[in-house]
Ligand binder design. Structure first.
Ligand code: SF4
Ligand code: FES
Length: 248
């Protein structure tokens, strides 16, 4: 199929940036979206044009690197998948596809389609861990009873891959879905209880310091999340935060 690609090009974080249009031919439906970009880049290199920078690593929906806004939607038109899992059969011959980086103040563009998502790392560092004393008689984790329902909810929260689609989908660029998934995966388990109060306070404060917007309950984040992270995590984080604020 033949395609017209409108792609955001930006030399570095300080450059203004803008869209460039490229015509591409010979794209098959079985190709992945990132393979289509690889083909474009091969052609650009042959023409002595700088290839388009985009993030990727696993190319199988695990790492969360491939964060692209495709025709206005984070990770493109299909639900429940990442950009690397999107296939070109989803598009038609003659289509125009607009490809942008995720837009948020807390995700500054580094170059072209690559954004800096280290703000997510700093939120994680603020409390996304548990401390375990490994000396002496440490209890085996498998011997600590956890209700099946809580184990499943914690597991589901832990499937967040930190891609940032929730932020890109939100008109306020809120990171509540991401942060609440990271808070919930520990709040639901006995191993997370010891640091529960400081965890939720520190992670929410870090989220605010990074410049993410407020949640106004539009639900756009949940709709675009490739891992199906539920809004219930935000409600849980709000309850955790309220109770921690009284204690702290
Ligand atoms: S909550 Fe979903 S959309 Fe947000 S970072 Fe995690 S996996 Fe990505
Ligand atoms: S490249 Fe790893 S999730 Fe897409």
């Amino acid at each position: 199929m033949k395609l017209k690609l409108n792609i955001w090009r930006q030399e570095d974080a300080n450059a203004k940036g803008g869209f460039e249009t490229y015509d591409l031919d010979g794209i098959h439906g079985d190709m992945s979206f990132l393979e289509m970009l690889d083909i474009l880049n091969n052609e650009l290199v042959e023409k002595n044009v700088e290839p388009v920078e985009f993030d990727h690593d696993c190319r199988e929906g695990i790492c969360g690197m491939c964060s692209l806004q495709i025709n206005g939607e984070p990770h493109g038109p299909d639900k429940g998948i990442t950009t690397c899992q999107l296939h070109m059969r989803r598009f038609k011959d003659g289509d125009t596809i607009t490809i942008e980086p995720f837009r948020a103040k807390a995700f500054p563009v580094i170059r072209d389609l690559v954004v800096d998502r280290s703000s997510f790392d700093r939120i994680q560092h603020a409390g996304g861990y548990i401390s375990v004393n490994t000396s002496g008689n440490t209890q085996d984790a498998n011997s600590i009873p956890v209700e099946k329902e809580n184990a499943d909810l914690a597991f589901n929260a832990a499937t967040c891959i930190g891609c940032g689609a929730c932020v890109a989908a939100c008109k306020n660029a809120s990171a509540m879905l991401f942060t609440s998934a990271k808070v919930s995966q520990y709040a639901l388990l006995p191993q997370g209880e010891i640091e529960a109060t400081e965890r939720v306070l520190n992670m929410v404060h870090q989220m605010d310091n990074e410049g993410f917007g407020n949640c106004t309950n539009t639900g756009a984040c949940e709709l675009e999340c490739p891992k199906g992270i539920s809004l219930e995590n935000i409600a849980r984080m709000n309850r955790e935060y309220l109770s921690a604020s009284f204690k702290g």
